[in-house]
Design a protein around this ligand. Structure first.
Ligand SMILES: [Ca+2]
Ligand SMILES: [Ca+2]
Length: 343
């Protein structure tokens, strides 16, 4: 009886490799060859460019002794394509097993191309998270504390909320807005593109009969709007054993037409009330690769359940048509600590 055929992996170690970037070396490892009648005394390994048991055009059959992992330098570097490693075992009486063939390894020598990179600058909004001194609980009176430098008009009702439970999107506090709240954003560069992000939700105090909330966001002459979905839970909702405000993130783009612009966030009616936290205005710089498309939509809305947050300082992705990108670096900056974490 010949030895029982085993399994061949591409690459000298586990796990099996499907891509390799080096062009002048081939390697393979193999397992599970066995022989019940006598012992395996040697293995033969070859490498070819066809998915069959006979093509050894890259490396001819090589006696590897009892080694079950082997690498070989090639006199002529590979130019690409797919390689298959092939191995058979021979036992003490000269019987050869069937040839095991790997599932192939792609030689990929091209570096990944930059597809689209967006760098976000510092937040130009002052007191973006509505954190003010030492207050606790939720105030029922309007305009007791104004989170400077935010400004309001006398017809508006702003209440700083500092609940005991971590309801805020960022930090400990947020504001409920009925009417409008505004501040002048300075330090803008005329003609540059900016990203405006805010987080809004239903306040805790809202009743079940409260319908959808429409809000208007203006920056200079640009006008945006958002609507809170009345089907979302009102105020606090229970997620597991946590009470949370269902924060909706709204993102807009605008081009600065002046070095300072008034950012104003208003409910479309004084009867409507929403809560607001973590507002940011940041530059957006794109480094676009060939054929890149701006996949970031003009308006992005999604719900976030977590009571903590992180701002994505920079995000990018690479596309490589022949090789999946294995390592991607992302830098995440926490706005409070300004520490940078790379992973
Ligand atoms: Ca493979
Ligand atoms: Ca806050």
């Amino acid at each position: 009886m010949p030895p029982v055929v085993g399994k061949v992996n591409d690459g000298a170690d586990l796990p099996d490799q499907d891509y390799q970037s080096f062009t002048s070396e081939v390697s393979a490892s193999w397992y599970f060859f066995s022989d019940t009648d006598s012992t395996i005394v040697k293995y033969f390994w070859c490498v070819g460019t066809s998915h069959n048991t006979t093509d050894c055009s890259v490396l001819e059959w090589l006696d590897t002794g009892l080694h079950t992992s082997f690498s070989r330098s090639l006199p002529t570097p590979l130019s690409g394509g797919t390689l298959w490693n092939k191995v058979y075992a021979v036992d003490a009486v000269g019987h050869a097993s069937d040839v095991a063939v790997s599932d192939g390894v792609v030689i990929d020598t091209s570096p990944p191309e930059t597809k689209d990179v967006a760098y976000l600058g510092d937040n130009l909004v002052k007191n973006p998270s509505f954190e003010v001194g030492d207050i606790t609980g939720s105030t029922s009176s309007c305009n007791l504390v104004i989170p400077t430098p935010w400004e309001i008009d006398t017809a508006s009702c702003i209440k700083v909320q500092a609940p005991d439970s971590p309801l805020a999107k960022d930090g400990h506090m947020f504001v409920s807005v009925s009417g409008s709240i505004q501040q002048t954003i300075s330090g803008l560069e005329v003609g540059r593109q900016y990203k405006l992000t805010l987080h809004a939700g239903y306040p805790e105090t809202v009743s079940n009969t409260h319908r959808s909330v429409d809000a208007i966001v203006t920056i200079g002459r640009e006008v945006f709007s958002f609507t809170l979905d009345p089907n979302l839970c009102r105020g606090t909702c229970s997620v597991g054993d946590h009470s949370v405000v269902l924060w909706n993130k709204h993102t807009y783009r605008f081009t600065a037409v002046d070095t300072s612009l008034v950012l104003k966030i208003s409910s479309s009616s004084r009867m409507m009330e929403f809560v607001l936290d973590h507002v940011s205005v940041q530059t957006v710089d794109y480094v676009a690769g060939q054929d890149s498309v701006d996949t970031e939509e003009h308006l992005v809305v999604h719900s976030v359940f977590l009571s903590h947050w992180s701002s994505l300082h920079a995000s990018w992705h690479f596309e490589d048509l022949r090789c999946k990108v294995i390592t991607r670096m992302t830098s995440i900056r926490n706005a409070k600590s300004l520490s940078t974490v790379a992973r």
